[in-house]
Design a protein around this ligand. Sequence first.
Ligand code: ZN
Length: 439
Amino acid sequence: MINQEYFSARYIVEDYKTVHENSVLIVNGNYIEGIVPIETISKDSKNINDLGDVIISPGFTNAHSHVALNSVKGLGYGSASALYDVMWGIEPALENDLVYKLSLLGMMDAISSGTTSINDHYFFADSVAKACETIGIRGFIGHTIMTEYGPWTGNEQINQAKSFNSNWKNSKTVHPIVAPHETSTVSPKILKELSNYALENNLLTHIHLAQTQKEMEYIKSNFKTSPIKHAYNLGILNEKVIAAHCNVIEDGDLELLAESKAFPVFCPTTHGIAGKPMNTNFLSELSVDWGIGTDCSGGNDDYDMLEEMRTALVLNNSVAKKNFIKPKEVFRKASEENIKRISGGVFSGKLSKNQKADFITVLINTPRMLPLHDVVNNIVMCASSKEINDVYIDGKCVLKNSEFQQIDEQAVLEDGMNALNKIFVKTGFDKKISEGDFL
Ligand SMILES: [Zn+2]
């Protein structure tokens, strides 16, 4: 067929347990057609794209990110609260154009480390979605809704979120999601309304749940229970809910979470730094297939899923008694389970027939990758963003030989830094930094 393109490489990872050698990945437009032995393809075919001595692998999905919130790198480690003082401190100065420029910066970081899809939760979602289209990343995008406290609250935000969802519902690479912020920043009435709205419109919900001690104290003093029990009692947890964090808990919380079938997302670096990792071992005991995300700067200063996979494995196993996990298991979570859950089962994350052509190539002949005895184990335990050579999303080449194909990298970096300076001057953060407020 005319649109078919053949990608050859030394190895092709179809999924976490299937690796092909001497084979070709067939892509037809935006979709994967299959993987076949190289000898079945005519050597004269003009459509062979030899990607060289690399591994073709499924791309990774970041199950919880805020790509535009990369502006506060390095500032979340002092006495100021990363969320309440640092992030909320700069967010009132956001504007559409600034969020667009900062999103591109975060997306560059994500793509460079092999991420082909993000599940992103932020204000000005329309600008995040536009940035997805500009750079070429697949985005499961939600417009953050808060009814109290945060930098952007009120009905206006709910209306914006709803129009965002209807404006982008037919996009091929932007998939709208309903995004209430958290249990202490959204009233019970609105949490319930948004849950019904999501189910009626066949949309998933992405929420922060049980993420800080402050949230726990607020819910305790107002509702006499924990955030997870509060959400459970409101009836807003179900299998179409992506619940980031779930790490500030009390007895009985994780059992209810498991019963609800919501998808808890472990953010290993953020949780490890805060000293409160999600109890992945207990969740595994409860047969909950938890996901992995990076969160954002303030708690984790990059969007590198390779790093998060390794950190997830280390943190889980450092306290494990029996639920030790292996590299292939975190690879499966990052490449398959994450996207399966955030797409509501539409995507499998495997390089198999009728799946979207979202894949990456990983260099083999580097000091980090050699010797290569086990392809998937080495991707997880050895590869860094330096080894990520090409990224294809929806059949389109987004990164080729580590160079961005849809954007001018230098211009995006400059625009991003100018946007950041504008925000920092407006909020006084430039002065605060020079006066040592974040030490
Ligand atoms: Zn978050």
